[in-house]
Write a protein that binds this ligand. Sequence first.
Ligand code: HSX
Length: 209
Amino acid sequence: GVYSFEDSPFIMEILTELRDENTGPIAFRKGLVKLGRYMAYEITKTMETERIKIKTPLEETDGILIADRRNVVIITVLRAAIPLMEGLIKVLDHARVGIVSASRGKAPKFEIEMKYVKVPQITEKDTVIIADPMIATGSTLIKVLDEVKKYGKAKRYVIVGVLAAPEGISRIKEAHPDVEMFVAAIDRELNEKGYILPGLGDAGDRAFG
Ligand code: HSX
């Protein structure tokens, strides 16, 4: 499934700040960290929980444990996903973290070059979360998923992004039908250069200059 958070005023307020061209790199990075934190919180609502018994200082009572939160692998797609990952691990603090580099060539082929891949071993207990702020043509994430799937079969594959274009969503769904996508918002379209409209510009440049 594809989930977006247009009905969450707080996530939309953060997104508004990220879109605004007057937002500088410091606030932009902070916004990405915040989004990562709140989106991870939303994702925990889709995770399996276990009932457990604990003792307060006064008596025994029931509690819960989000079992799946213990088995998370976050894949950070360089470079714009770094602040997003920093936010995700505030909630998913047990996560093992993989890093991949991907850069997209020019139109019309948008070929993806992956120079660096460091991914931990993945087991069937794991929820693999792939963080990349922008899902434009979807080529980057298709290639990242192809690669990540070589490291073992996970329980779930979840993409976390800020913005997605409809083109990218359908291409990813076609290539990897087992993948769930969580994005702050789904935007209108891609321009001829493969930029999302209205978008927020180049997330890597906005965050890191
Ligand atoms: C940007 O382009 C993003 O952070 C992604 O890594 C990539 C998305 O483009 P696409 O491969 O979906 O077209 O640098």
